[in-house]
Ligand binder design. Structure first.
Ligand SMILES: [Zn+2]
Length: 464
């Protein structure tokens, strides 16, 4: 006699091909949320997502609109008064495709090769929608009910920074009330290794322009006595880090906490990773890793500074000229306790203090978001750990995420501080945001199994 979860899992396995077709339908919609791309595509994906949720047994499915944002989709299956409620989250918008010539198949025509499905959004984050919808559908079709109340929110502007999310959550606070949320938009530590993400880095960004003349000049007729703004920019950028690549801005890292025993333990639980890490990163032979420690200690729990773009003339326009100006964008990933505004101020002061020869420097902040960290002490974390281990047949890793996902802190803040379980389906080979994004299909199945187990675990752990 199978119990409910086993029945639901058997149902999913028997119908996995159909569920995969549903995911492919979503991937075929080029729902890029960036300015300059047609808003009709995210609207079409919102409608397709709503249809999928309706077919999956959700009630009260609706597109929820807020001025200036692509549509959100809401649905619920709340049949047990008094039972706990879980709020599921994913997003239906995607990044632009990048360089089309690098894609081995059409980004909007899913293509399966060696157990992975390639396509923009195949993993980030239409797989998140698929896991939630398939798990709920499998439970309802096999047993006719869920062990707890389920609400689902699918966002349409995550890839552009969730600018309207806080306002949206304030408007719909009552409808979204829940005891725990499951946010499916992160990566597993490795293929087949289930992971709970307990920290996210924050981000500040700034662009700077260096000018020294009113116009560009002939480098032969004028070169020598005049400060070269591209050289000044190079000196400024070089001053931002030390020989080891660590941030060299005085005071910038003063608030970075040493690793606590739990973070250290999480790192020690990882398989040996330095060589795997080099492979995953595509690091060229002979190029150094900038840490003697586990590389994930740096990615998860330390700040890092990156030059994202530099412009001083261009490859096409390069000629014998002394430029009038040079430009760069710099961003810094922040960790817990680092205040984004204070860090932006320190970055800008350092840039000004290190600008040589009196060149003119104009700085423009380009976004800031704080880091997020949970203590992971609520019992739902252990419930999730058990569900993941059953779904994947492997030990759960507690990890950080070097990226910044602004919606997490916003949801935690606006929804009354309920615990947030960040459980994703991406892996290190997904290449989210890059070309040839892909989803490991065996992890997609395991993630859906784990979701089915999770409803059961959460229902028991949150029993009122
Ligand atoms: Zn995402």
């Amino acid at each position: 006699m199978q119990n409910h979860t086993e029945k639901a899992i058997a149902y999913f396995d028997q119908h996995a091909e159909n569920y995969l077709e549903e995911l492919k339908t979503l991937v075929r919609i080029p729902s890029i949320s960036f300015a300059g791309f047609p808003a009709s595509a995210p609207r079409a994906s919102a409608e397709a997502t709503a249809d999928l949720l309706r077919r999956s047994g959700f009630d009260h499915v609706a597109l929820l609109e807020i001025e200036g944002a692509h549509p959100y989709i809401y649905g619920e299956h709340c049949k047990h008064s008094g039972a706990p409620t879980v709020l599921l989250y994913a997003h239906h918008d995607v990044q632009p495709v990048g360089d089309r010539s690098v894609w081995l198949s059409d980004p909007f025509e899913p293509s399966i090769r060696e157990g992975r499905m390639y396509g923009r959004g195949a993993a980030d984050d239409k797989a998140g929608i698929s896991v939630h919808a398939s798990a709920v559908d499998s439970c309802l079709r096999s047993c006719g009910e869920l062990p707890l109340n389920v609400k689902i929110l699918i966002e349409g502007e995550e890839e552009t920074g969730s600018d309207h999310l806080a306002e949206f959550l304030r408007v719909h606070k009552d409808r979204l009330r829940a005891d725990v949320m499951v946010l499916t938009d992160t990566a597993n530590f490795d293929t087949g290794v289930p992971s709970l993400t307990v920290g996210l880095r924050g981000l500040i960004a700034l662009d700077l322009e260096v000018r020294s003349m009113k116009q560009s000049l002939h480098s032969g007729m004028w070169g020598g006595p005049l400060p070269d703004p591209a050289m000044a920019l190079a000196k400024i950028l070089a001053s931002l880090v030390d020989e080891l690549g660590d941030i060299a801005i005085p005071g910038f890292c003063d608030r970075v906490r040493p690793l606590n025993p739990k973070q250290r333990q999480g790192l020690e639980d990882l398989p040996p990773t330095r060589e795997d890490f080099r492979t995953q990163a595509g690091l060229l032979d002979g190029v150094s890793l900038l840490t003697a420690d586990n590389p994930h200690a740096s990615i998860w729990w330390k700040p890092s500074l990156t030059i994202n773009a530099v412009q001083a003339s261009s490859r096409e326009e390069a000629r014998n000229v002394l430029l009038d100006s040079a430009w760069a964008r710099v961003s810094v990933r922040l960790v817990a306790d680092m205040n984004p505004e204070a860090c932006l101020d320190l970055l800008e002061s350092h840039i000004r203090a290190n600008a040589p020869w009196g060149v003119e420097v104009v700085c423009r902040p380009d976004g800031s978001a704080g880091a997020w960290l949970t203590e992971a002490s609520h019992p739902v974390f252990e419930a999730a750990e058990r569900a993941l281990e059953r779904g994947y047949g492997a030990k759960t890793v507690y990890m950080g995420c070097g990226g910044s996902i602004p919606f997490v802190a916003t949801m935690c803040r606006e929804l009354g501080g309920i615990p947030a379980l960040l459980i994703g389906v991406e892996d290190p080979y997904t290449n989210a945001h890059g070309e040839n994004e892909s989803l490991d299909l065996s992890d997609w199945k395991k993630a859906t199994h784990a979701a089915i187990y999770l409803y059961d675990e959460l229902a028991r752990c949150l029993q009122k």
